[in-house]
Design a protein around this ligand. Structure first.
Ligand SMILES: O=P(O)(O)OC[C@H]1O[C@@H](O)[C@H](O)[C@@H](O)[C@@H]1O
Length: 283
């Protein structure tokens, strides 16, 4: 007898609730969007806005939105692709004492505007002591295609101005706010840490560690087939975002497992990107 997910209604959306000995978590079928993951005895790892809109009109603010097949804004197409705003189907669900596995799928066809290219996406998420997430893209059409993607992780931090991310000090970045390319961090002038407005694409396929002394923890992300880390925090710009609750921008830092340049996928080819998020205590 296959395991059955426990699905609850949140606003107008279906959400799978997960509760095992290692963690509790939630994933929305709208967007295939991980809303929360909280290892047992720890603080939540992801930030979710109290004013996120659970009505299917827009992507949910917080958690892990999936950006695909484009990243950022594309004229006439909107931001961050299609699938964070679509309903996904549950294709597999398995519960054990210490982990819960969820597989979701979405099929896109040539009639799927504004991106009329046939593709199948399979997302697998294993919720346990760590969170393992993969996105498999299959080109089901007969022409090569290009895509970008991101796991747009909203990490819950004590204060984005107070976290340290050693990897970024040695990685070149493009500043999306100024358009400047190939910069290295200057910690002397960056006294506000990662409190925005900040919008940067760092070139790195390395593991990242977000050190949060006030929370006495380190959030670690390992990844495969991702060339970039996107680091974003809206800072004072959040005042004009009605789906970020008041002062919410001071509670998260987006550290996104991304490929912001094109990946070519041939007809019939399958490409899989993945990330593992884990926690370590600070000594
Ligand atoms: O409001 P959205 O569409 O979820 O995007 C939020 C931010 O997402 C980041 O990934 C982008 O780099 C930013 O430019 C963007 O503002």
């Amino acid at each position: 007898m296959p395991d059955e997910p426990h699905i609850v209604r949140r606003g107008e959306l279906d959400v799978i609730q997960i509760d095992n000995a290692a963690c509790s978590a939630e994933i929305s079928l709208f967007g295939g969007h991980v809303l929360q993951w909280q290892p047992s005895g720890r603080k939540p790892v992801l930030w979710m806005s109290d004013t996120a809109r659970y009505d299917g009109s827009t992507a949910l603010r917080g958690g892990i939105p999936i950006c695909w097949p484009w990243f950022g804004a594309v004229a006439d197409k909107g931001r961050h692709g299609l699938v964070r705003n679509r309903n996904w189907q549950v294709t597999h669900f398995e519960d054990s004492a210490t982990a819960t596995f969820v597989e979701l799928e979405i099929d896109l066809s040539e009639t799927d505007n504004p991106w009329p290219h046939p593709n199948k996406l399979v997302m697998k998420v294993n919720f346990g002591e760590s969170l393992l997430q993969s996105l498999l893209v299959e080109n089901t059409g007969d022409k090569p295609q290009c895509f970008n993607f991101a796991f747009h992780n909203y990490l819950k931090v004590s204060n984005p101005a107070a976290v340290e991310i050693p990897l970024l000090g040695s990685s070149f970045y493009e500043d999306k706010l100024t358009g400047q390319q190939q910069q290295l961090e200057n910690r002397d002038t960056e006294h506000l840490g990662y409190l925005g407005p900040l919008d940067r694409i760092y070139s790195s396929s390395e593991r990242i560690e977000v050190i949060d002394p006030q929370y006495a923890r380190k959030i670690c992300i390992d990844k495969q087939l991702s060339q970039h880390w996107v680091v974003w925090n809206p800072g004072s710009d959040a005042a004009s975002m009605d789906d970020v609750h008041e002062s919410g921008e001071q509670e998260f830092l987006c550290v996104e497992t991304a490929n912001t340049s094109d990946i070519v996928i041939e007809p019939g080819e399958r490409i899989s990107m993945s990330q593992t998020i884990s926690l370590e205590n600070l000594g």
